[in-house]
Structures are given as structure tokens and as C-alpha cells.
Design a protein around this ligand. Structure first.
Ligand code: PLP
Length: 361
């Protein structure tokens, strides 16, 4: 069996230990005589899986008691509508920072339901930085303030959170969830699709402060109301059972193999530093993001020559480094090095880049 180093932005790599465990349990989960894929979601055995997943997430992320954890479907993209439908019901206003395509999509969706304001944007420079925020431009009576914490396509991340005072901060953390510790108490709502750093695609995790639940617009579909899922333990309808189970395995891996999020951060910083240091010293490749806003998870880079970029991607693919082609809006390459990418994968990529540079400089 030959496994490649997969630098996909999502769906992305899963820890090999997780895949091995899932395979071993495929036909008979813990003596139940069934695969998790086949179980009733109302069964005791499945209830213990979803309960354990939530308990592990709460423990690993240190989620306070007054927050609900919801396991939903529809991807992070559905949250672009769910957030305004549930929260934009006081003043009917919300602030958005536009730091990339996902942030923009979230803003556009919110603008359909209320007064969505753009407080800042970095579109002028292809989203290669996080805009400096001026609190005096924030809407004081906004129902919430929305950011996309890690910008998957452009490779930027907020190293400092905006100070929104009493206005609840809402963050899309799809591509940085579980990559390092995060102070959940600073947020009203956190949401993340699973397929970057938690599980295969299919489940979206929402972490929401309890007092923000129960204020949805009348037009909100039952399935889009946070209350529906909070009241039913994410079991109002059939949840994405198998994906939640794989998430449990990933959380066990973070807790037992890695040793928690502080350790995860150390490892992620080490991996990212390897690649950034190489880029900063390379005569051929360069990063596209301002150094102070660089992401630990998604690292776009270019040679400055489209033909050479294409040659690099082709040769890298042949050598077993796959999905390195950059997003069409940035061009060049992007290495997504989520939690599951081993240090060795980044070391080997850097060695490959070095060799390519020597051959092509
Ligand atoms: C991938 C991604 C999304 C979209 O997620 P879906 O689950 O496909 O809807 C949204 N936001 C960010 C930051 C992402 O990385």
C-alpha cells in the first residue's frame, strides 16, 4: 500500500491511526455485531458514541458549561444563513469583516436577512492580510460581529481577536478548529465544517452560548433553528452518525496520541515554521501572505511564473505530494497542513522544494 502526502484544503487527511481503527471496527463496533454505519441513531450504543464525542470535544476545547455543542448538517455554508436567522433579531444589524471568499459568502447571506455592514475588507490585496480594525467603526447595537478566523483559501489567520465589547463575536473556525487552544468564552457562536480538521465531511459543529438560543426569526425553518437541535441533543432528525463517530476517533487521537491542544499547537507551529522558513529563504518560491497574519494551516506560495508553478505541481504530484495546486483566485500552490499532516510530510515537501529550486533556479 502506498499512501501519498495529501495537502488538500478539504476534505483533507485524517490521522492514519484513526483510519486504521475505523477499519478494524467496521464490521463489529465494540461487540455490537454491527457497523456504526448501520446502527439506529436511537440505539443505546449510538447514544454513547455521540455523548462521548461531545464530552471529548468539551474537554479538549475547554468549552464552558453555558455553551451548547450541536452536531448539524449542511456544512459551514448553511451557518452563513443560520447565524443571521437565529441572531439578527434584536436591532437587525450585524458587522462583517471580509477576509476572503468564505467571509464574503457569509456576509452576502446575512444581507438577505437584515442590515449586514462591512466594517473592513482586505480584498484590495487579494486577501493577503487581516485588515486592522477600528472599534469606532463597529455598529454598537449590532446583534453580532462575524469573522472568518482562518482563511482557508488565502492562508491568513487572526492572531488577535477584535474587541467587540458586549456584541457577541461569531466565528467561522472551519479550517483552524482543534489546531490550537481557543478561548471559547470570548465568542457567542463558533462553527466549523468537519472536513478540514475534525472528520470526513458531513457534520458541522456549532458551539453556541445558551442565551443566544431561542431568538430565531419566525421564518426560520425548523431545521435551521438552533433551539430545535439544542432541545433534542442534535437528534431531532438523523444526525450524520458515521462522521460523528470518526470525529470521536479524531478527538481520542488528539487527547491520547498528541496530548491535547497545547501539544497540537506546538506541533503545528513546528510544521508551519519549517515551510515558512524555507519560503523566506528561497530564491524561487515565496509566500503570498504578510508575515504577521500567516496561517498555521494553509500556506499559499508562488514562484512568480505560472509555467514553473504548473511544472512544480506536476512533479510534486508524481513524487507523492498531492493536491498542492493553489486556489484559482490566488494561483500558484497551497499546502494545507492540518493536524493530521505529520511533521515528516512537511520535511519531505521542503526537501522536494529545495531540489526543485536547485534544478530550476
Ligand atoms: C471549507 C470552508 C467553508 C465551507 O464549508 P462547507 O462545509 O463546504 O460548507 C466555510 N468556511 C471556511 C473557513 C472553510 O474553510
Amino acid at each position: 500500500m502506498a499512501r501519498v502526502y495529501n495537502f488538500s484544503a478539504g476534505p483533507s487527511m485524517l490521522p492514519e491511526a484513526v483510519l486504521t481503527k475505523a477499519a478494524a471496527e467496521m464490521l463489529d463496533y465494540e461487540g455490537s455485531g454491527q457497523s456504526v454505519m448501520e446502527m439506529s441513531h436511537r440505539s443505546k450504543v449510538y447514544q454513547s458514541i455521540i455523548d462521548k464525542t461531545e464530552a471529548l470535544l468539551r474537554e479538549i476545547m475547554n468549552i464552558p458549561e453555558n455553551y451548547k455543542v450541536l452536531f448539524l448538517q449542511g456544512g459551514a455554508s448553511s451557518q452563513f444563513a443560520m447565524v443571521p436567522m437565529n441572531l439578527m433579531t434584536g436591532s437587525g444589524k450585524a458587522d462583517y469583516v471580509i477576509t476572503g471568499q468564505w467571509a464574503k459568502k457569509a456576509y452576502k447571506e446575512a444581507a438577505r436577512y437584515g442590515q449586514a455592514n462591512v466594517v473592513a475588507s482586505s480584498e484590495d490585496k487579494t486577501f493577503s492580510y487581516i485588515p486592522k480594525l477600528d472599534k469606532s467603526t463597529f455598529t454598537p447595537d449590532a446583534d453580532y460581529f462575524h469573522i472568518c478566523m482562518n482563511n482557508t483559501i488565502y492562508g491568513t489567520v487572526y492572531h488577535e481577536l477584535p474587541d467587540t465589547g458586549d456584541v457577541p463575536l461569531v466565528a467561522d473556525i472551519s479550517s483552524c478548529v482543534l489546531s490550537r487552544p481557543i478561548d471559547v468564552s470570548k465568542f457567542g457562536v463558533l462553527y466549523a465544517g468537519a472536513q478540514k480538521n475534525m472528520a470526513p465531511s458531513g457534520v458541522t459543529v456549532v458551539i453556541i452560548r445558551e442565551d443566544l438560543i431561542g431568538k430565531a426569526m419566525d421564518i426560520t425553518p425548523t431545521m435551521f433553528n438552533y433551539q430545535t437541535h439544542a432541545d433534542n441533543g442534535s437528534m431531532f432528525n438523523t444526525p450524520p452518525c458515521y462522521t460523528i463517530y470518526v470525529m470521536k476517533l479524531v478527538l481520542e487521537w488528539i487527547k491520547e496520541e498528541i496530548g491535547g491542544l497545547d501539544k497540537m499547537q506546538e506541533l503545528n507551529e513546528k510544521k508551519a515554521a519549517l515551510l515558512y522558513d524555507f519560503l523566506d529563504n528561497s530564491k524561487l518560491f515565496k509566500g503570498t501572505v504578510v508575515p504577521e497574519d500567516r496561517s498555521l494551516m494553509n500556506i499559499p506560495f508562488v514562484t512568480g511564473n505560472e509555467e514553473l508553478d504548473a511544472k512544480f505541481v506536476k512533479e510534486a504530484t508524481a513524487a507523492g505530494f498531492v493536491n498542492l495546486k493553489g486556489h484559482r483566485s490566488v494561483g500558484g500552490m497551497r499546502a494545507s497542513i492540518y493536524n493530521a499532516m505529520p511533521l515528516e510530510g512537511v520535511e519531505k515537501l521542503v526537501a522536494f522544494m529545495q531540489k526543485f529550486e536547485e534544478e530550476n533556479a
